[in-house]
Design a protein around this ligand. Structure first.
Ligand code: F3S
Length: 71
């Protein structure tokens, strides 16, 4: 991969997630809720066109449960 932005890895820390739901409301292409209302990441690697959405979800999670890191 030549583009840095194409190798951003997305993860939800299930120990931190408290089910606020802002992530899947803001970016349903990247996040879903499990049967208990906690977030799950739908993709491991965030495509460039969804990076802003991933960053927005990260910034809006009150529990800091979302991480976006270089792979
Ligand atoms: Fe959980 Fe944060 Fe989303 S608490 S449901 S990861 S907004």
């Amino acid at each position: 991969m030549t583009n840095n932005q194409a190798s951003r890895r997305l993860a939800v820390d299930s120990d931190r997630c408290a089910g606020h739901g802002r992530c899947f409301s803001l970016e349903p292409a990247l996040f879903d809720s499990d049967d208990s209302g906690y977030a799950v990441a739908k993709l491991d690697v965030v495509p460039e066109e969804l990076l802003n959405g991933a960053r927005s979800a990260l910034a809006n999670c009150p529990e800091a449960a979302i991480s976006l890191t270089h792979s």
